[in-house]
Design a binder for this molecule. Structure first.
Ligand code: DAH
Length: 347
């Protein structure tokens, strides 16, 4: 029959064994598992002690039970401490590995910007808007009448050869010039008229400075007493705002069927200021647009009394202005959407 001493020795031996096993525990999961193993009522070192309590003779049971309880409380405390320790360590490790350095520079996002054509168009709209022009949106698909006939370019007129036209049918075409908008405006509105009309135009033309689709901005002013001087004044202001202070215009005689007289407008070279350079081909002047006094016949055909009213008109090539302003020598660069090129162009 076992006595208390013997039982105590057995308990001490078990405690030693547990102590050894606790030393081998290296993480939270093992500590958690070890507690289950230890307390298992069929196989666990402490579980078995509890289970076998019934076999202990009555007179020893109270003392023995006390000792067993002590070991159990001790072992649970040890496992608790290990679990706590490993939990903290593991949290610490996670904090370290998931640490974010908020002072590191952020990844830069590519920021979009307006296409140079759009930038120029917006500038033109702002400049002429500040002079009191309204915007008229014309049609890209036009009739032969609005694109040619009403602009004093009847069928078989040699001026039709100036613009190689994309015909959609004998009567419909892709407009070759925003000038077609002039007729729509004069038909719909009585003077005073003061409009600009930016938009796409189309011509069967393709080289370093021409593209089958490009953009123009038409201008039209009709009122009493409008003269070529008004045109020159407005255009001087426009070129100064676009190309810089001190730039002036010069008007050269030209020919357009819908204006009489017609002029070709040059700007003084904003690169060499008249000294002569590659941009102005040594002349000190750069051709920028066509303009003129609205042909009386065009006014009359639109129902405007040409004895009372007169008009001026101009047509600006937007790509041409963008190419000059940003030093672009091939119009294709404006259509290729190569961000390495477009990124460099900004005002
Ligand atoms: N429509 C002409 C062209 O595309 C440009 C032009 C010239 C427009 C004279 C005008 C003007 O309004 O008066 O070549």
């Amino acid at each position: 029959m076992a006595d208390l001493n013997e039982l105590s020795e057995k308990l001490s031996a078990i405690k030693l064994e547990i102590e050894g096993e606790l030393k081998g525990i290296e993480n939270f999961k093992s500590a958690f598992e070890y507690r289950k193993t230890l307390m298992d009522s069929k196989t666990g070192k402490i579980g078995l002690l509890m289970r076998e309590m019934g076999k202990i003779p009555g007179e020893l049971r109270a003392d023995y039970g006390k000792k067993v309880n002590e070991i159990r409380t001790w072992a649970q405390g040890e496992v608790d401490a290990l679990e706590k320790k490993f939990k903290e360590l593991e949290m610490q490790k996670r904090y370290e590995s998931e640490k974010i350095d908020v002072t590191l520079p952020a990844k830069m996002r590519a920021i979009g910007k307006l296409h140079p054509n759009t930038q120029v168009r917006n500038q033109l709209v702002d400049i002429f808007g500040s002079m009191g022009f309204d915007i008229f949106e014309g049609n890209e698909i036009e009739t032969d009448f609005y694109n040619f006939t009403a602009l004093n370019i009847p069928k078989d007129h040699p001026a039709r050869d100036m613009q190689d036209t994309f015909y959609l049918s004998p009567d419909f075409l892709l407009r070759t010039q925003t000038s077609s908008g002039q007729i729509h405006v004069m038909e719909a509105q009585k003077p005073p008229i003061k409009i600009i009309s930016p938009g796409k135009v189309f011509r069967s033309d393709d080289d370093a400075t021409h593209s089958p689709m490009f953009s123009q901005m038409e201008g039209l002013v009709v009122d009493k007493g409008i003269t070529l001087c008004d045109l020159k004044g407005m255009l001087d202001l426009f070129v100064q705002k676009i190309f810089g202070e001190g730039v002036t215009t010069r008007l050269r005689p030209s020919y357009f069927p819908f204006t009489e007289p017609s002029v070709e407008v040059d700007v003084s070279c904003f690169q060499c200021h008249g000294a002569g350079c590659k941009l102005c081909k040594g002349t000190g002047w750069i051709e920028v647009l066509g303009a003129g006094v609205v042909n009386k016949k065009v006014l009359e055909d639109c129902g405007i009394d040409s004895d009372v009213y007169s008009g001026i008109a101009f047509g600006i090539g937007i790509e041409r202005i963008a190419m000059l302003k940003y030093g672009i020598n091939n119009i294709k660069l404006l259509f290729e959407s190569d961000l390495r090129v477009l990124d460099q162009i900004d005002d």
